[in-house]
Design a protein around this ligand. Sequence first.
Ligand code: F6P
Length: 323
Amino acid sequence: MQNIAVFTSGGDAPGMNACIRAVVRTAIYAGVNVFGIKRGYEGLIDGDIELMDSKSVGNIIQRGGTILKSARSKRFFEKKYRKKAFGNLMERGIEGVISIGGDGTFQGAHVFSQETNIPFIGLPGTIDNDLLGTDYTIGYDTALNTVVEAVDRIRDTADSHDRLFVIEVMGKDAGFIALRSGIGCGAEAVLVPETPTYVDHIIKKLEQGRRQNKSSGIVIVAEGDDSGGAYEIAKKITDKFQQYDTRVTVLGHVQRGGSPTAMDRVLASRLGNAAVTALLAGKRDVMLGIVNKNIEETPFDKATKHHDKLNTQLIDLVEVLSI
Ligand code: F6P
């Protein structure tokens, strides 16, 4: 292979830049040309593709977001646009592609790769940590730290005013961000989509806390929780338990930005490097992840069909530590 390309797609995640840097520098080190595709599949369709050099990825390891920009492409679902994308790769002699993103990104890569025979290697870049085949996704650790820092601040004011805060965090249909941030900030309750939510149980816990002179409280709600978002939960709690002066905070996109943590930078650098090595070794149609400290491959169709499972021991831990 003499020419490869890299792009970021879907929701951006801190550490994507560190990953792009690792891909570009590993390719150049191996004597391979590397192109950057802008705006994910959108740029692939539009031919927004530039040759990168070592300098073009200088001074980005510490930056959040993605210098290649990102998008969620509706057009790529249509065959005519995928044909156009293929033409753009052929024009530049690009023989292999590294895609950094989530399951939507890998679904696109899988279909495209089957149709065109262009090898794709996927790297898990999403704050949601919901992908099968890696212990952690790039961006998850940074997002967790952002949530914990924000909740620590909220706890100060919650305590001053004896208030209950219901805080909504991201994660799409998964509760990974909610669960670990909930443990990290000592939440009274954590509500995740993977388990049914019983508001009565939460109220019981809050009442128990009151009896033990807990004057304030933090409830973390994953945006995809079955019983609704933070506003619905806050209403259900106050309907039954009027003693609480309750406030709601939806953390939103603050969780997606910011300088990546050291953990995310190292993860991104290892995976970016491994992706180039894998592509040059003839691997295709797989996502690379780190499982028990080692780099592992998961076929795209498996990585996209199944989500990773939440660790039930951590759910139990919240229950025990929030008494
Ligand atoms: O997948 C990352 C994520 O931030 C999810 O947690 C969230 O549901 C979604 O993206 C938000 O997407 P958008 O930025 O397109 O609104």
